[in-house]
Structures are given as C-alpha cells and as structure tokens.
Design a protein. Sequence first.
Length: 318
Amino acid sequence: MEISIIVPLYNEAESLPQLYEWVEKVMNDNHFTWEIIFVNDGSTDSSWQVIEQLQKQSNHVRGIKFRHNYGKSPALYCGFKAAQGNVVITMDADLQDSPDEIPELYRMIVEDDYDLVSGWKKHRLDNKFTKNIPSKIYNATARRVTGLKLHDMNCGLKAYKQVVVKNIEVFGEMHRYIPYLAKEAGFTRIGEKVVQHRKREFGESKFGINRFVNGYLDLLTLWFLSKFGKQPMHFFGLLGSLMFIAGFIMIVVVGVNKLVALSHGISGVATLVANSPYFHLAILGMLLGTLLFVTGFLGELIIRNSPERNNYLIEKEI
C-alpha cells in the first residue's frame, strides 16, 4: 500500500463526508493504493456514525473510536500504530488542510527521500492577534530550541516514511513536536512545503490560546528529556555537586574566619558561627546539593517510560 492518511478528529461530523469525497478524488486521480484512518477522539456528536457509514461505502475507510477524549497525540499514536502505507499522511478533519497537497508530499518522501515533510501555512487565514502572532513567536522559539528550521512545526498536514511513525512515540501533547521527536530518533532528513490554509467551514476551533502556553511547557519538557532523560544524573548530579561544593567552601571560609578571630583573642557573640549569614547559606547549599544528587540517583533507577503511558481504551476498530 502506498499511502495511509490519518485523520484525528473531535466533533467534526459535518465535515467528514466532504473531506472523504475530496480525498477519494485526489487518490483516484493519481492512482494511489491507499487507506484513510479516522481516529474519533471521544466525539459527542454523530462523527462515529458518519465514519461507520463511510466504511460501509468504501473499503478504503478504517476507523478507531476512543471511549472519551484523550487528545490529539494519543489519536496520532494509535493511527500511526494502525497505518499500513509506505507513506503516512496526517491531516486535520476541519477542511482547513487541502488533500490536493498529498501528491506532492508523497513525491517529496518517495523521490526526494525525505524522512518527514512538514506543511507550512505561510498565508494563514486565522485571527492575527489570537493565533497568527502567538504562532510566529512560538515557532521562532521552537526553531531556536530544537535546531529545526521549520516555520510551522505544529501544522497538522505532514508526510512521513512509515519507518518514522513506527519508531517514534507521541504522548501527552507532544504532537506539536513530532519533527523534533523524529530528529532525536535519528531521522534527520526533514523538509518543509508551503501548503494552502483554508477557512473552517463547519463548527469552531477546538484549541484555545492556552495551547501556546502548554506548547512552551511541552517544549521545555521535551528538550530536557532529550538531553537528560536517559542520564538524569548528568543534570541533577552536576547541579547538586556544584551546590554542595559551593556550600562546603562557604563552610570552610566561615570556619577559617572563626579560627582567625580566636587566634587574635576575639571571642563572644560576634564570633559565633551561627551568626554568620554565610553559615546558613552554606548549610542550605549542601542540603540542596545532596537532595539534587539523590534525585539524580533515583532518576537513574526509575524507568523513564511508563508501560501505561500509551494504554488507551479503544471501544471499536473497523
């Protein structure tokens, strides 16, 4: 099979028939062998009924139904797991991504030998202040942290070699950083293509301004895990050691000052070690250093990947 198209969705019943017709036309016009996998992320409308109807009409349609709303990353994870095509395409269900982009994305993967191609909605039709400007700031930060020169890392329209999606783990809300996950997994041929951005025809966006705040936090988490996830002692141990050494030096300085004062016949309250602020800072530094060092040891002992992290309750598969 040449192409698997994965469509995560939440309450998009109105757009699904039109989306499928459009995808089917593009696939047939280009004579692709293909499948489309709709991942229903706990929709409360009739999305699943629409998917079941489409599946009855076409053997290209597959569906996965979550029992409740887990989020886009779990939906993509399960879609990746089920995909059979040599090239995997992801796109949103709201008709803002154009299926007409698929043939060129496929060509870039197969002929240009990219591991991953990310879409770039260069001319966005969203609100300038609530989406466009925050998106530009967010992407500029992501480029600096990840080292990937992508202009729209969170674009839902992407193409992958099958081997990429089978070797990365998308969890939490890390769908925003799939290119970075791929890079860290050793898939470094990552390209970008300017794609069309269309206005939403039905319903309203499921994402608010808080996604940018969460995005920054996830970016920091991902950076930390990629750098120190397998060697937490390299971070906690180094930081703890530096703090302990600094505290120990201050203790030594306070002790030497005490001995010097005594050697000059100075005694009394003025020479009490506990009266020195450096004594308390030294104790604090040594305690924090010890705690950080122990945290590093515990991090080395605890398996970072919980076996339950991608255990989702799937009600049906068709």
